[in-house]
Structures are given as C-alpha cells and as structure tokens.
Design a protein around this ligand. Sequence first.
Ligand code: ZN
Ligand code: ZN
Ligand code: ZN
Length: 362
Amino acid sequence: VSFDFAGRLVRLQDLMATRGVDLTLVSVGADLLYLTGYDTHPSERLTALVVRTHGLPTLFVPDLEAPKVQADGVDLVSWSETTDPITLIADAGPLPRRVAIGDHLWSVFLLRFQEIWASALWEPASGLVGDLRLVKDEAEVDALRAAGAAVDRAMKRIPDEVRFSGRTEVEVQRDLVSMTLEEGHQVSEFCIVASGPNGASPHHAVGDRVIEMGDLVVCDFGGRWDGYFSDSTRTFSVGEPGPEQLEVHSAVLAAQEAARQAARPGVACEEVDRAARAVISDAGYGDFFIHRTGHGIGLEVHEHPYMVEGNRAVLEAGMAFSIEPGIYLPGRFGVRIEDIVVCRPDGIETLNLADRRLVEVA
Ligand code: ZN
Ligand code: ZN
Ligand code: ZN
C-alpha cells in the first residue's frame, strides 16, 4: 500500500491557514506516521516535525537516527549530541503566534517550547491532524481491510487449533499472538484472553488462571498492518454453554447487530451507542454494559470517532471504528463481540466476518 504523504501535508497546511495556526509541531507517534510515514520510538532525544503554513515542512531528528529516516516531502535536519534541539527549532523560523502541538509530545519538551515561545497561543494538534485522520482514504481502508482479514483468519483457526481447558490464559495468549503474526501482521499489538470471572473485566489482559470446562473466554486481539490496526473480539465457550451464558451471549449479539444496522453516514455517533444499549437494557443487562459501544481505529487502536452517548458528531464515509458491546457480570463471566466497520457512501462495510455465534472450543 502506498500513502499520499505529500497530499496530507498540503491539506494540513491549508487547514492551518484556514484556522489561523502558523506552526504545527508533532513528535513521534501516529500524527508523524500519518504525515510523513516515519515511525520511531519516543525518547529523550527529540524528534519533531515542524510544519508552517508555507514551504517545505522540516523534520528534526537526532544525528544517530538520521540514517534510518525515510520521509519524502520534508526537509531533514539532524542535530548532534551537543546541540539543543529546542533552540535549533526556535531559531529556524519566525516566532509563531499560534501553535498546534502534538498530543503525545512529552511534557519535558512542551515546557521548554512554552518557555521559548512564551507569547504564543497553544492548541492540541489533534484538532487539525486528527480532523484529517478521521476520514480514511482508499489506501487506508485497504490497509484496515487487510488487517481485519488477517485477524479473522487467526480467529477462525481458534476452534481447531487452540486448546483452552487445563491451560492458563498466558498459554492461550501465546498461541493467539503467534497466529496474529503468522497471518501477516507485522506486530501483535495486544491480546486479551479473559476466562471465566476474568471476562467480567473488559480490559483484563491475561493472568495465570487455569481455564476450565464451562468457562466463557473473551478473546480480543489485534495487530498492525502497514501501520494500521486490527481489533476484533469473539467470545468462546469451553465445552457446552449453559442457559444463562447463551442468553447473555445472544443479547450481546443482537446489540452488536443493532449497532451495525444503525451505523451509516449521516447518523450521530451517539445513535450507534444507543442502538446497542437499547437491546442490552431491554434484555435486563443495562447495568452491566459498562463501556462505550466503540472507538475509531486507524494508526492508533483507539482514536476518534467514539461511539458514546453525548457524541453528536455525525458519521461520514471513510470513518472507521469498532462496534463492540459487552455484558460483564462481576465475579462470574463476560461476553463481548467486536468488529471493525468502515462507513461507505451508502452504509457500512464490516471488516470482521468470523463467526459471531458462541462457538464451542475444547
Ligand atoms: Zn478496549
Ligand atoms: Zn478489541
Ligand atoms: Zn476495540
């Protein structure tokens, strides 16, 4: 997949001009990856992309990282171990009046920039770059679709290849991580295996609990594909499920379907949440659906738009997000079903298609 970094930088500059921002500075993370294709780890050595409304943006990197930088459409400036990069950046152009600063810039750098540009007005760069990232272009949708198909292939292998009973969550997690990578993800980003009572904790990662017959197990995992994430959840039954487990699972399944039916361009994000929540409340489990229905996804696993009560933002073609209602019964068990969907002009495309029913595993 190839991405239009130059086009993104120009769109950012246009947006800055419209909103009266004369300098945008982002450091390592999704915004930098989105604008330049460059990805590295955050560290005490500052990496910063500085974009002004006119001219070529400048990417400041430490000398020792310059050889690995691949970023078209920017001026590369590397700084030596004895240079102060903050002064270097400040001296490179006129004093900005309004600065959009990367949300993930470490505060140790932010405090110095605020000192050196003391008269400037500040705002988070997510207000600009985030607006661009919100609507995915076709290359981005292709990457999300490939990531979704890969996590589906792993999910479909679970009933045949993964033994649950008598093994710990950590052991099962190791299998799921391997399959995530075998199916083509470059990185396995997260992997929740929440069995029995642990399933009632939505963000339980794993522990050394030994999985037993009769458990439900929430498996929520995903990885990175050309920078873009997959994220899917299915709940499995170890052996035959009991009547209450089936009842809870079918309520979650109906809620997940209702939210997918509701989601389309022109609908407010909170309406997607309401569609799922109404089904779960009607089934009598409203108090046990303790999180929003979904989150945007792209170069970050969680990003805008959020499917949550109070978010009146309206869905547009190109927005990608999860639909993942759940019911969590403390001390007992939990169920969650999660797919990633993308808004298309006339509806949604669901990127995760693995069986959503309560599949039995051994
Ligand atoms: Zn989550
Ligand atoms: Zn998930
Ligand atoms: Zn998710």
